[in-house]
Design a protein around this ligand. Structure first.
Ligand code: COA
Ligand code: AMP
Length: 630
């Protein structure tokens, strides 16, 4: 393999099949693929058709077979409960094989869906791998979503079984996962056959027989199951992400391409070797957690650290550095929002100085735009490269970044890095022409996308085509706008749709508007993201109440805030809301969210030429000023 980024990237674009055939040799296949790339159904492409493998074998069993059985595979730290545990590759193999047996005993077969609604505990990772082991398709739902959101995913994925735990722990207290699950199962129209529930000491729950089964008992009674070879394109998981409406998109990823891409990325992007430790501070409910807490470090034969805590407050802003020190982590990966929270608590970096982080080689950021001040702070205090990288639930791994394990290319603060192998990134105007170098454009990627990227939207080929493939022929539309500069670095500036990014969590403002508009006293609502010093963006809602509404603004706002928690979940961080007389619209009736957002952020803005009634914006400005004072 070359140690020159330019050569590597050039090879990946101009001889993609040879490039990805070579990388696929790092993975253990049960039978070889017949073709590297199948383009016969373009614009839908398939990597390694005809090949069979199992990603769980590649993540777990092969390392036992190759002599790593006694090495730590997963280390878990839970500062709130005061617990920690370590699992070797052999431990994980035994537990996952038994859990897979328990799933089979409940009737789960290859192709069945299994929803995983679990906190950040090792059993969540075991659950994912146990599904993969038998070819079942897992769908992890993030714990910060409320019961109706879980119900939507249950109805879309139609799982045979749900895996959950009695509770999770957050700094605010114990989260009763089981009762949220029970509520969701009542709301959902699809009926699941069984729930397998892990009882946590901190708060066990009641089980409803015969639907609910106890995790430990079921595993104890189960026979261990070996990995089942599946087709390279067999779906491994569905991960729901926010689109522009309240209906989430089920991103589908396969076994083969994903295993190859993640294996490549571990050593070449993150510079982590087998036997070394990676600490990714995210959540298994998000794509970063799927790829870099669970699958990639294990496929690479590394050790992953799973952390059921927060960057601050559990107990302090030194937790990340303590973990790096304790386990000699070589790479630390988190979201800029976590870094900002740490900087706010520890502006002088005293917690860093108090720890020995000399084993750390690089610090990785993704999930939202990295602000330059935070990057400079991290560079100064950590003394290692601070590397942004840009990716999406859809891609599963970095589209642009720094190939740290290949070559130390210059870091450009403000840029997300250079395109990663296989990603032909372009900045286009509305007609599909490249914008000038350094100009803002819609970021699109020439098809085919590399292995590891999504293969489908679950059950909705037309939405896949419409959302991503229809605007520019033979290109994938990323939904982000940005700049490609003269040195080829990609700068991601903002979304081109109504998706916002709250503390690294991708959320739909359209979905939030639906929640608010469904309130009987609300005529219409506009939600947009406003700047927030820690979370990057937070949602702000302006709501028009029906004329007959007699109550106070404070009462309705309190009800709406509660409603958002109950319907969408606490993760929305929805706290800013005001009643307004009317919303500014264009003459064709489109709400002017971008203008309101600029006013709210106290940025310069121009009066839209198409506005129906300019006077409304003065009212809105006054309402937003009132909200700022509150
Ligand atoms: N299960 C249940 N509830 C959850 C949850 C989970 N897994 N994760 C978050 N929540 C809840 C929190 O308890 C909080 O509820 P509250 O309003 O009752 O306090 C709410 O959702 C918002 O949580 P969070 O986004 O964590 O905000 P915070 O204000 O508690 O903490 C930060 C701020 C910056 C420390 C935190 O946002 C953080 O760690 N961010 C990093 C996020 C991240 O890693 N993203 C990676 C995506 S790639
Ligand atoms: P998600 O699918 O939740 O991972 O969110 C993906 C979106 O987060 C992207 O489309 C971007 O809008 C944003 N994003 C992720 N990483 C970065 C980054 N490094 N810089 C800027 N935006 C980012």
């Amino acid at each position: 393999m070359t140690n020159n980024y330019n050569d590597l990237y050039h090879h990946s674009i101009h001889d993609a099949e040879a490039f990805w055939a070579k990388q696929a040799e790092q993975i253990v296949w049960d039978s070889p693929w017949q073709q590297v790339l199948d383009s016969s159904d373009a614009p839908f492409y398939r990597w390694y058709p005809g090949g069979t493998l199992n990603i769980c074998y590649n993540a777990i069993d092969r390392h036992v077979d190759q002599g790593r059985g006694d090495q730590d595979a997963l280390i878990w730290e839970s500062p709130i409960t005061g617990q920690d545990r370590r699992y070797t590759y052999s431990d994980l193999q035994q537990r996952i094989a038994k859990l897979a047996g328990a799933l089979q005993a409940m009737g789960v077969i290859a192709g069945d869906r299994v929803i995983i609604y679990m906190p950040m505990i090792p059993e969540a990772a075991m659950a994912m791998l146990a599904c993969a082991r038998i070819g079942a398709i897992h769908s992890v739902v993030f714990g910060g979503f409320a019961a109706p959101e879980l119900a939507k995913r249950i109805d879309d994925a139609t799982p045979r079984v749900v895996l959950s735990a009695s509770c999770g722990v957050e700094p605010s207290g114990v989260i009763d996962y089981k009762s949220l699950l029970d509520q969701a199962l009542t709301i959902a129209t699809h009926k699941v056959e069984h729930c397998l529930i892990l009882q946590r000491d901190i708060q066990p729950c009641d089980l409803t027989a015969p639907r609910d089964q106890d995790w430990e008992q079921a595993c104890a009674a189960a026979s261990p199951v070996a990995c089942v070879p599946v087709d390279a394109n067999h779906p491994l998981y569905i991960l729901y992400t926010s689109g522009t409406t309240g209906r989430p998109k089920g991103i589908v990823r396969d076994h083969g391409g994903y295993a190859v891409a993640l294996q490549w990325s571990m050593q070449n992007i993150y510079g982590v070797e087998p036997g070394e430790v990676m600490f990714t501070a995210s959540d298994v409910g998000w794509v970063v957690g799927h790829s870099y807490i669970v699958y990639a470090p294990l496929i690479n034969g590394s050790t992953t650290v799973m952390f059921e805590g927060k960057p601050i407050g559990t107990p302090n802003a030194g937790e990340f550095w303590r973990i790096v020190q304790t386990y000699s982590a070589r790479a630390l990966f988190t979201a800029p929002t976590a870094l900002r929270a740490i900087i706010k608590e520890d502006p002088e970096g005293e917690h860093i100085a108090a720890h020995d982080i000399s084993q750390l080689r690089a610090f990785f950021l993704a999930g939202e735009r990295s602000d330059p001040d935070s990057v400079r702070w991290a560079q100064k205090h950590l003394g290692v490269p601070v590397l942004d990288h840009w990716w999406q639930t859809e891609t599963g791994w970095a589209i642009a970044g720094y190939p740290f394990g290949v070559e130390a290319i210059d870091v450009k603060i403000g840029a997300a890095g250079r395109p990663m192998p296989g990603y032909a990134v372009r900045a286009l105007d509305d007609h599909g022409e490249d914008v000038d170098v350094g100009e803002l454009g819609n970021i699109a990627i020439r098809l085919p996308l590399p292995p590891g990227t999504f293969t489908a939207l679950w059950g909705d080929r037309e939405r896949h085509r419409q959302s991503y493939l229809s605007q520019y022929p033979e290109h994938y539309l990323t939904g982000d706008s940005g700049i490609i500069d003269a040195d080829g670095y990609v700068h991601i500036m903002s979304r081109i749709d109504d998706v916002i990014n709250v503390a690294g969590h991708r959320l739909s403002t359209g979905g939030m508007e639906e929640v608010l508009s469904n309130h009987p006293d609300v005529v219409e609502a506009a939600v947009f993201g406003v700047n927030d010093a820690t979370k990057g963006q937070v949602p702000l809602a302006l709501v028009v109440a029906r004329s007959q509404y007699q109550g106070s603004e404070a009462d309705l706002v309190a009800e709406l805030i509660q409603r958002m928690r109950d319907e969408l979940g606490p993760v929305a961080a929805f706290r800013q809301c005001a009643l307004v007389k009317r919303l500014p619209k264009t003459r064709s009736g489109k709400t002017l969210r971008a203008t309101m957002r600029s006013i709210a952020n106290q940025e310069d803005w121009n009066m839209p030429a198409t506005i129906d009634d300019p006077a409304i914006l003065d009212e809105i400005a006054a309402d937003l000023a009132r909200l700022r004072v509150r």
